[in-house]
Design a protein around this ligand. Sequence first.
Ligand SMILES: Nc1ncnc2c1ncn2[C@@H]1O[C@H](COP(=O)(O)OP(=O)(O)OP(=O)(O)O)[C@@H](O)[C@H]1O
Ligand SMILES: [Mg+2]
Length: 263
Amino acid sequence: MCEVITIANQKGGVGKTTTAVNLAAFLATSEKRVLFIDCDPQANATTAFGIRRNEVQIDAYHVLSGSKKISQVIIRLDEIPYLDLVPANIGLAGFEKDFYSKKNNGQTMLRNKIEEVKNNYDFIIIDSPPALGALTVNALVASDSIIVPIQCEFYALEGLAQLLNTVKVIKDTSNPDLSIRGFLPTMFVSQHNLSRQVLDDLSQHFGDKLFRHTKKREEYIIVPRNVRLAESPSFGKPILFYDAKSSGSIAYQNLAEFILEGA
Ligand SMILES: Nc1ncnc2c1ncn2[C@@H]1O[C@H](COP(=O)(O)OP(=O)(O)OP(=O)(O)O)[C@@H](O)[C@H]1O
Ligand SMILES: [Mg+2]
């Protein structure tokens, strides 16, 4: 069975792409067949996998607009054998416009397209843009679950109600099986009161939705602020091929182990 997971939070810069790329890379190195769909016109994930945006001629836009099959758009990543990529480039931004001018099938476009290839994969990981627009809605309608990265900073929980409401509307209308896989605290700095405060708030309100270490159940999985995580995209590499022993790498490995345990 294939599990489709979208990484989403309409807040910008909270660690969505970092989470999506590194989770996908760890799942693939565990020999799970992974398809990564970059659903963000910023194409940060595409770049993080070492593909230059200007090298991408056909991308997720062509899938979503119906002119190409997913199989025609996939890039195979030589360095990560079990991972295939549907890249993005800036043209994907056009999908929002098409959506509102009703030039396409709306919310279910990605779900329909994914059906064609679902049997070939154990996981499909979708990175989404910092907005609750047509791209994120398409990703959520196509997904079994959502992971929400939460940056351990001031305003961290602001906007969460709106995101949870969007998930509820999608559940009620087009995808009743959509579930929240969990909230992932990111950029945590243990010396900062604010980081600890955000984590306290999260564990109070959403304790059952925080990921837990598979070997030490009492510990939450928390992604620390780690410069190696910030550096690795500029080398076009997921963290485990850049600095596998870094604290950021270990956190994402723990997340992948949690996901694999429930798979
Ligand atoms: N744990 C971390 N430690 C240090 N830097 C991080 C960490 N996670 C992400 N970053 C850096 O913070 C920035 C934002 O992260 P990222 O691109 O993953 O967020 P995003 O939510 O995908 O952003 P956007 O909303 O623009 O798509 C990037 O420069 C990234 O390299
Ligand atoms: Mg991003």
